[in-house]
Ligand binder design. Structure first.
Ligand code: RIB
Ligand code: CA
Length: 319
């Protein structure tokens, strides 16, 4: 029985890797994709998303435009990572397909409102602006959401700053609202953060195999990996966001712990940090002037990286 999923993306090289996987794996029923500004501007994100779904032979999946900018922050892109067009500057033929006429929040509302009998897993791979807007505007759709798996934050390291991960830093208020609303609405949260994000890696040689695979999906997948190997001068590259989708298919490869999590909204150097509380002594926690964070999240602390890398490689390369 395939698991219904929706992806919220800022396509992006690794979002593209995630889309190719989600569009192809037989255990996943990709119902919709929503776009938000992040790695690149919203127009680039939408064009890239439609193009990737075309390459995967999935022009049946509705794609909607969402928020072009964060709730409060000024938008800052990640073209230094993902290239000028946001997807590796591969000159891949752009899709001519149009987006769904609804706003992303409306498409999400309609998908979840219709899914009460078989709730949908929401996988967010981008700044959480669309999700915060959805949960605050249409809280009644919560019954159609099985869980939220979000690529964002970290228990330990940062990437966009020394303290914060890009998706959360891009829109910290949206991340905080999403966690608060999901907890209040009883939607389980899983955080696929930087502590595991870089572990599932595909080699340059495997990318060459995909490129020679003889079909668009495999070739695009290989070129996305090859772009990252070149960009970071490495013989392998992370599948990034795609790991969060692998977690929906193969949760057993992920070690998670249910932990209190807050999003830092102040802080000169820590804004956008996910403050993951890993303390174990009750004495410390009972004397904490802040009190425990009210929201508990299943935080991914370790992953069998090669297992997800193989899962992704076999899936996107399959005939
Ligand atoms: O920090 C990594 C995240 O930021 C990934 O989702 C990547 O696509 C970028 O959006
Ligand atoms: Ca992303």
């Amino acid at each position: 029985m395939s698991r219904p999923v929706v992806l919220d993306v800022d396509t992006g090289v690794d979002d593209a890797c995630a889309l190719l996987f989600a569009a192809t794996h037989p255990d996943l029923d990709l119902r919709a994709v929503t776009c938000v500004g992040g790695n690149a501007g919203l127009d680039d994100v939408v064009r890239n998303t439609l193009t990737v779904l075309d390459a995967a032979g999935r022009a049946d999946v509705p794609v909607a435009r969402g928020a072009a900018r964060p709730l409060l922050e000024e938008p800052v892109d990640a073209r230094h990572v993902h290239g000028q067009d946001g997807m590796g500057d591969l000159d891949w033929p752009a899709s001519t397909r149009r987006t769904d006429p609804r706003h992303a929040v409306e498409l999400l509302r309609d998908v979840f409102a219709a899914a009460v009998d078989d709730p949908v897993t929401l996988v967010t791979l981008a700044p959480m602006t669309n999700i915060a807007l959805l949960l605050r505007t249409f809280p009644d759709v919560a019954g159609g959401i099985r869980e939220i798996v979000f690529m964002g934050g970290a228990a330990a390291v940062g990437n966009a700053t020394a303290s914060a991960e890009f998706n959360v830093l891009h829109d910290p208020e949206a991340a905080a609202i999403t966690l608060d609303a999901a907890a209040a609405l009883g939607i389980p949260l899983t955080m696929y953060g930087l502590d595991v994000f870089y572990e599932p890696r595909v080699s340059r040689a495997q990318a060459a195999t995909l490129i020679a695979g003889g079909h668009a999906r495999a070739e695009l997948a290989g070129r996305l990996i090859e772009f990252q190997c070149d960009r970071f001068d490495n013989d392998s590259a992370t599948i990034g966001d795609a790991g969060a989708v692998c977690a929906v298919v193969d949760r057993g490869a992920l070690l998670t712990e249910l932990l209190p999590v807050r999003v830092e909204l102040g802080g000169s150097w820590s804004r956008g940090r996910t403050v993951v509380d890993r303390r174990s002594w009750a004495g410390d926690m009972s004397h904490d002037p802040h009190g425990l964070a009210p929201v508990s999240v299943d935080v991914a602390l370790a992953v069998d990286g090669p297992r997800y890398a193989s899962l992704w490689f076999e899936t996107v390369g399959s005939r």
